[in-house]
Design a protein around this ligand. Structure first.
Ligand SMILES: [Zn+2]
Length: 204
């Protein structure tokens, strides 16, 4: 599969045990196996696997899950059993594979980096100060809100000053509020009941 340049970063959350969560950023195809996301080797057979590929976000869809034709584990999307084939995954969807739970979400942490015209475009101005940016300058890229990619650029100093001066700051372009907690999976531990349902489904 081809990797693409993503305007938004995608976070994969994995339930580890009954209470802990692990969060990692994914770009390349992964195999969901034993509560982990393993990089997909081009020569691996995926017939018996469940794989995940992030896609250019569109209408809230952030990834595609592929359930292999000989997969034997019960798979469910937001509690609804999935058959084999391709399935669109929206941001904040929950995917259960066997007894393991995964969630995908857009990673909405502001990205601190240096202005690079090749990556961010030529002749970009700070969204707030309107000052022209210079290559190598410290910037913050607005992450947008769930389902609302933004990517406007601020001088890092302007962004920091705004956060300090105005606790109710919102990005004028998308309404992102840095003070709001980022999305994370619901706190409820894994539902034992749903696992039993899957088990039942798998052995019908
Ligand atoms: Zn924004």
């Amino acid at each position: 599969m081809m990797s693409v340049t993503l305007p938004n970063r995608i976070a994969l959350w994995i339930a580890v045990g009954t209470a802990e969560l692990e969060c990692l950023e994914i770009r390349d195809p992964v195999v969901l196996r034993d509560g982990a996301a393993c990089p997909l080797n081009g020569t691996d057979s995926v017939d018996g696997e469940v794989t995940l590929q992030v896609v250019q976000p569109l209408d809230g869809i952030v990834a595609v899950a592929y359930v292999g034709t000989s997969n034997r584990r019960p798979v469910a999307l937001n509690g609804v059993p999935l058959g084999c084939g391709m399935h669109a995954i929206h941001s904040t969807d929950r995917l259960d594979v066997g007894a393991d739970a995964y969630w995908l979400s857009e990673d909405l942490t502001p990205q601190r980096t240096c202005y690079d015209p090749l990556q961010h475009g030529d002749d970009v101005r700070c969204c707030m100060t309107k000052a022209r940016l210079h290559p190598g300058q410290d910037i913050v890229v607005c992450p947008g809100r769930l389902g609302v990619p933004c990517q406007v650029i601020y001088k890092a100093a302007a962004w920091d000053a705004l956060i300090q001066s105005d606790r109710g700051m919102k990005c004028p372009s998308c309404g992102y509020e840095p003070q709001q907690a980022a999305w994370s999976p619901p706190e409820a531990p894994l539902r034992k009941k749903s696992f039993d349902e899957f088990h039942h489904f798998a052995h019908k």
